[in-house]
Structures are given as C-alpha cells and as structure tokens.
Design a protein around this ligand. Sequence first.
Ligand SMILES: [Zn+2]
Length: 71
Amino acid sequence: MPEIAEIRLGDLVQMRKPHACGENEWTIVRTGIDIRIQCRRCGRSVLMARPQFLRSAKRISRPAPRDEAES
Ligand SMILES: [Zn+2]
C-alpha cells in the first residue's frame, strides 16, 4: 500500500483490480470519510470508505502539482 498523506480532488489513482470496462485509472472526485472515484474510460463512479480505498489503491499520482502555500 502506498504511503498517502492526503488525497486530493483530481488525483489520478491506479487500482489493484481494473474496472469491469478494462480501465485501471480513476480520478478522485470526492474526498472525506468516503472517497468517490470516477473511471476515466466509462465515467462510472464508485464510492468507498477511505480505509477500503487505501487498500484497493495501487498508486496515486498528482497530474498537476500546484505550488501554493498551504499553511
Ligand atoms: Zn470503467
């Protein structure tokens, strides 16, 4: 399991198991206690509890890192 300090909207996530449509990359569309991810190919979204998400995720990448000050 990757070390994930935080999950942000728009992050790309690669899951351990591909979606039924064959795609394996998802976009984070909602964060919080539950995480909603949307399949990049077919557009279906799945809501899952954060611990379950962290178990299922293989890799998370941030396509466009921003340099805003955050504190
Ligand atoms: Zn899909």
